[in-house]
Design a protein. Structure first.
Length: 135
């Protein structure tokens, strides 16, 4: 699991660099908010495929592709709550607080991504007697 977490963090670094590069490039032709949204979505798609291939070594599927954004929501919620608590409750510097919040969010986000991408799903009751089809 430690190796996966390190690979997950490495993918996060690549994802962040991809987002920033795309944002700066798109900002030349788009409004900043539109550039942010497009860059974020494109970087998230790249992150999905990198995490499938590099971090978890699984084959991408439509189901996991559609569920993967939940890991980004988790990251956003944990970092936002952490940032608020650190700055407003514990009076931590606004400069340092995002780094501390991210250090908590990364392992939590990793666990959510791992669950989404690797947990086997039980077959529906109606499919119990059906033969399993493998591709």
């Amino acid at each position: 699991m430690r190796g996966r977490l390190v690979r997950f963090a490495a993918v996060g670094v690549v994802n962040t660099a991809t987002y920033v590069g795309l944002y700066l490039l798109l900002r030349l032709v788009l409004d900043y908010l539109v550039a942010h949204i497009v860059a974020f979505l494109l970087a998230m798609v790249g992150s999905y495929f990198l995490n499938c291939r590099f971090t978890f070594r699984i084959r991408p599927s439509l189901r996991t592709f559609l569920l993967f954004p939940l890991s980004n929501v988790t990251n956003f919620v944990v970092t936002s709550a952490g940032l608020y608590l650190l700055v407003d409750v514990f009076s931590v510097s606004e400069t340092i607080a995002p780094l501390l919040a991210a250090s908590v969010a990364i392992p939590v986000t990793f666990l959510v991504a791992q669950y989404i991408l690797t947990e086997p799903r039980p077959r529906p009751r109606w499919a119990e007697d059906a033969p399993e089809v493998r591709s």
